[in-house]
Design a protein around this ligand. Structure first.
Ligand SMILES: [Zn+2]
Length: 123
């Protein structure tokens, strides 16, 4: 399953980042996932719930941020969000290039630091 290998790589990345920076235990992983990157959010969450305890420890949450599919017209430069997979510029009918929505990216980690917890960017 595609999602499982993505999650495994993500968790390893988080563990290495946390170790390299000597961070307190990670409580939450914030992940940006593009609408167009072909990842099933439900499968992603399942895989995370299954693998996170073994790699990062118990009680680590996953926050998914979905990013819309955006494109830019190659002819007139108009940028817009694609709806219903209509990959044509509404202004000039030109071809478009995908500029967003293909992300699969670690955005930040929240770690246990003090009573409230502090957000810590991972890079
Ligand atoms: Zn155009």
């Amino acid at each position: 399953m595609h999602e499982r290998s993505l999650v495994r790589a993500l968790l390893e990345q988080v563990r290495e980042t946390a170790a390299a920076r000597e961070l307190p235990p990670v409580r939450e992983v914030v992940l940006e996932v593009g609408e167009f990157c072909g990842v099933d959010a439900e499968l992603l969450e399942l895989a995370f719930a299954e693998m996170a305890p073994g790699i990062l420890g118990e009680d680590v949450k996953l926050e998914l941020r979905s990013t819309p599919l955006t494109v830019e017209c190659r002819r007139c430069g108009h940028g817009f969000a694609v709806e219903r997979f209509r990959f044509v510029c509404p202004l000039c009918s030109g071809d478009v290039t995908v500029t967003g929505g293909e992300e699969f990216r670690l955005v930040s980690l929240r770690v246990a630091a003090g009573p409230v917890g502090e957000e810590q960017a991972c890079r």
